[in-house]
Design a protein around this ligand. Structure first.
Ligand SMILES: Nc1ncnc2c1ncn2[C@@H]1O[C@H](COP(=O)(O)OP(=O)(O)OP(=O)(O)O)[C@@H](O)[C@H]1O
Ligand SMILES: [Mg+2]
Length: 483
């Protein structure tokens, strides 16, 4: 594995590294560019200032000596030397005066008089009439020098050159000191940046790793009694909030599950105990009495039937909720399902002298789903309607397409109606409206829960409208298409 790849892997493993090093890189780069630029701008600015003062001094000296330069006498030469030395002594700079063919007339330093220095670049420029500006390294003093060579004009011609030089030792020292200060500032800024970005990176990643640790713990132990502390309003706080909502939902699910098990066991217990006492009574002698025997066996049969239908409902609802096997992609002929459901309920209705009126007109309507389950849902609704309608009443079943791709199945009765306080609960598992009546005779309260689950499986909805004493209407809406 290459170095780059290895660094990249290490980098991509931790969010805090990514944040930290991105900050660091950006800050270091920006600081580097800015300080480099600032230092060099400063340096050239200072050199300009220095050059200007060298030029000013050269111009002053030129004013002082331009007469003597043209005289070419010993006295004149001496005056020139004196003027150059005076200035050199006052300023600590080097002054050189050269005549118009490049020979040294006076030098405050060590240049011998009469030496021809016309080949030096600053001198040759100045002799050509250009004020020249040069830096040069002197191997003797081991320092850089800054030179200004200033042409002295005389009647439109260059009468000589005044060269002023200054060693850059001080200047360079000062520049190095500045450089060090700059580096120190840069370094401390970097340190502060590292600390801040570390803090920031931790602040971002700490709650994240806390949360993932918590999730791992939940996955390991199944313990959902925990909550993540929120305490922030940013995206991380939001995430903690969602995390807690998720846990809250899990808890609710768990509570419902336990409640379901408790209810189911309770419902199973009642008929089981009843069976036990009937059997006991038979054993205690009722079996010998032909009439009692018949009566007891009859009620045993009822109890066992009730028990097994309860078990069937329980199994069905757990299967439905668990999303088990059945094929939910069949093309279901709605008309057929409705006819069969009505036939199934007809006998029970006749016994109660309740009339079922089938006004369904669902020819050619196809619902995608499972025909057995759909039939079950409609039978549940019809059975409820018949059960809660006194003799002489009626149950109406109608279907209609209410949007190009939706069908409505309406089951309406002229029965007892549902108490408004019951309405929000009737779709809950084990919920029964009139407890006293249903405990002995009626169902277990699973019918509507199963129905709603089946409708949901078909991506449909179920609603109820009811007026106490007048009747109830259940409206099922399903996605459908015309064949
Ligand atoms: N058509 C209706 N008219 C009046 N009340 C109804 C009607 N349908 C349902 N209910 C009320 O809703 C409750 C729940 O109905 P659900 O079908 O879930 O249970 P159930 O009929 O009591 O028992 P199960 O269907 O499990 O045999 C009923 O107990 C009843 O109080
Ligand atoms: Mg029912």
């Amino acid at each position: 594995m290459g170095l780059f790849e290895r660094v990249y892997r290490w980098f991509s493993r931790s969010l805090s590294n990514q944040l930290l090093f991105t900050y660091l890189f950006v800050i270091a780069f920006a600081l580097g560019v800015v300080s480099f630029w600032a230092l060099y701008a400063m340096k050239s600015e200072k050199i300009d200032v220095l050059r200007n003062s060298l030029e000013v001094e050269a111009a002053h000296l030129a004013l002082e000596i331009d007469n003597d330069l043209s005289l070419d006498s010993e006295q004149a030469t001496n005056r020139i030397k004196a003027a150059a030395d005076r200035r050199a002594a006052r300023l600590g700079w080097a002054f050189t005066v050269v005549n118009n063919d490049g020979h040294v007339i006076a030098d405050s330093g060590r240049l011998p008089e009469g030496e021809n220095i016309s080949s030096r670049p600053e001198i040759s420029d100045a002799l050509a009439g250009i004020a020249a500006f040069y830096t040069a390294h002197s191997s003797r003093t081991r320092t850089d020098w800054l030179y200004v060579a200033y042409p002295v004009r005389e009647a439109g011609q260059t009468g000589g050159v005044i060269r002023v030089g200054v060693p850059l030792t001080d200047f360079n020292q000062r520049f190095n000191r500045d450089l060090i200060v700059f580096l120190e500032i840069m370094f401390s800024t970097l340190v502060v940046t590292v600390l801040i970005s570390l803090w920031l990176a931790r602040r971002v990643t700490r709650p994240l790793s806390d949360m993932s640790e918590m999730a791992r713990q939940i996955a390991r132990s199944g313990d959902i009694s925990v909550f993540v502390p929120v305490g922030r309003r940013d995206e991380i706080g939001e995430m903690a909030l969602s995390f807690n909502q998720m846990i809250g939902r899990l808890r609710e699910e768990e509570r419902l599950r336990q409640e379901f098990i408790a209810n189911a066991s309770h419902e199973l217990k009642t008929p089981t105990m009843a069976i036990g006492s009937v059997v006991e009574a038979l054993q205690a002698g009722a079996i010998d009495d032909p009439e009692l025997r018949y009566q007891f066996l009859n009620s045993l049969e009822n109890l066992v039937e009730r028990q097994s239908s309860l078990l069937k409902d329980l199994l069905d609802i757990t299967r439905l909720e668990g999303g088990a096997e059945a094929n939910w992609q069949q093309d279901v002929n709605l008309n057929e399902v409705v006819q069969i459901s009505v036939e199934q309920t007809r006998l029970q209705a006749q016994k109660k002298r309740v009339e079922i009126r089938n006004n369904a007109n669902s020819d050619g309507i196809v619902v995608s789903g499972n025909s057995i389950q759909l039939q079950r849902a409609i039978v549940n609704l019809l059975t409820n309607a018949v059960n809660h309608t006194p003799g002489g009443g009626s149950v109406f079943l109608t279907t209609k397409v209410f949007e190009p791709d939706k069908v409505e199945v309406v089951i309406q009765d002229t029965g007892t109606g549902i108490d408004p306080s019951d309405i929000p609960h009737i779709f809950e598992r084990f919920y029964r409206g009139d407890k006293a009546r249903t405990r002995t005779a009626g169902g277990t309260g699973l019918g509507l829960a199963i129905t709603r689950e089946i409708i949901a499986r078909h991506h449909g909805s179920i609603d109820v409208e009811s007026v106490l004493g007048e009747g109830s209407t259940f409206i099922v809406r399903l996605p459908a298409r015309l064949k």
